[in-house]
Design a protein. Sequence first.
Length: 666
Amino acid sequence: MSWRMFHHLPLQELILAENPLSCSCGVRWLQLWAESGRAALGNQSLSCMDNENPVSLTDKEIKDCEVPEVQITYKDLTLKEGDSINLTCLITGTPQATGYWEELSIEPNPVVIKGSESETILQIVNVSSDYNLKNITCRGENEAGFSEDIVQLSVMFPAEIVFLGNVVIRHHHCIPFTVDGNPRPEIKWQLNGSALVLTTYITINYIDDDHHNSTVVHCCLDFNQPTHVNNGNYTLLAWNSLGSDTLSHLEVFMDPPGSFNPEDPILGDKNSTQGGPVETPDEHTFGIFMAVALAVCACIFLSVMLIVLNKCGRHSKFGINRSAVLAQEDDLAMSLQFMNLGSSPLSSAESKLDALKTNFIENPQYFFDTCVHHIKRRDIVLKWELGEGAFGKVFLAECYNLIPEREKMLVAVKALKEVTENARLDFQREAELLTVLQHEHIVKFYGVCTDGEPLIMVFEYMKHGDLNRFLRSHGPDAKILDNGNGQSFGQLNLSQMLQIATQIASGMVYLASLHFVHRDLATRNCLVGHNLVVKIGDFGMSRDIYSTDYYRVGGRTMLPIRWMPPESILYRKFTTESDIWSFGVVLWEIFTYGKQPWYQLSNTEAIECITQGRELERPRTCPSEVYDIMQSCWQREPQQRQNIKEIHCRLQALVKAPPVYLDILG
Ligand code: AMP
């Protein structure tokens, strides 16, 4: 009964009964398996027959019966392609073992040039790089069992670029490439013939680096939000001590936006000698004079208009009649492009007017008494694109002379893509609104730049971008990437989630105190800065990549229905209370690491669920104390929803003493 019969069998239990074993070398393997723990004899009292007497197998000493010893000897396992090598395998032990080489299906096939019981020699001629990291195994077997020795060759060969592909979107934009070589090749990239500088936005990452089995390395040249600035001819250089390889590839990430090149200082740069008119000091003074004169005229005109309209005695709720409002419809239609006012830039004039009525006309002081800070175009130097919103692109920029303490600082600038007269007016209105909104949890607005095009709004730079993306990349599904900016939070914990929620609640308390209705509160509209500071950062509609969060109705209106309470869905009623409902959904987003509410449902199914009173389920990582808050936001009757001040207090208390929460499933 040889060990060979059982060695490969996935046995759970083997019962040996009645048939007596003989105390020979042939049962030594049973003793060895029991000794090594490979098999437990349990309560089987196995015995073997020794001169016709049964003796306990465990106690029986079986002499001259041990597993063989195997050793591969060699001169040097490091070779060059084309070299030859002889590997000698020595097998010792009693009883005498048989030695053999395990089969290798690698070209060129090795041959056994000498085979005897105690020694076998394997010869590999004209060795290829395919031998790298492959096990070459020699085995020796006898009645007691087997043993083996394994070696791996290291076959040196020159660096080679096996593959260079077109850009694909993985976590980031990735130019995929594969290199091979032993020693492992070093790599370098060039853009248009000059060394490509790797930054936090351009990195080389290994993917699927199966270095245990092969010398092939799959990589990505990753770009975080590339723009046309990154277009060009990319050359990959790979080299090692034996040779080098190079391949080039033209990559176009984005069409250049015509005259607006984010690499250049914008028109009117101090040192600029081309690319547009440069103001002379006289022209500048004259420009300022004209701008001030026009602004004063516009203000007087608009104020008079409002007074006149109010005095007309027509019976609109807001002291302004609908036809008067409608007369301004075109003029006002674009205003939501820059203003929160709850509706989308794509929404119908009707809903824009609603929004306008509630915010613009109800609170005209927001728009006429404020002094918007103007920043000189030459003080802004764009660096690269951060994202895209409905009204245009958002860039990271350096801004000079913004605050007295610092010569220059990083800011985020939003550039208006349209420059119609209406768009300019709306731009001015949003700027005035933003100038009024000042709170530690509302993104800071520094001012505008209107001398020339594009029209620009300047905001504080929030280095971790929008909260939805941040949550997704700090949740269980994301490979946590420290974007190289020195702060990696890992997977967010309960206390951090509570901190995020409390900060948004604080911003909402402020907006509610101004009777300002946001209408589109969602994590995509919040921004994350240094040290997990979170601010409400967007008062317009989010970028195209979040368009699935909106539901298109009646052609052009886009509604964030998944964040809306029944009364907003059914009657388009937006109030501070409907913002509270949305805040509850924001809490849910935070505790699901950025999942889309009702992600399993279509828009129409989601509308049905919300209007029928179904609630989002408690996220797995959410303590009941927090889910209670969510539910207090989702009361069907707007008046029954807890007010935002109380919610803020409850969250503050939870931040101070986070509930003990056991994630049993996790
Ligand atoms: P928005 O047009 O406001 O929707 O912005 C589009 C994208 O630009 C956002 O999702 C952010 O990723 C980025 N962004 C906007 N404002 C800022 C900012 N102040 N700091 C950093 N990134 C920003």
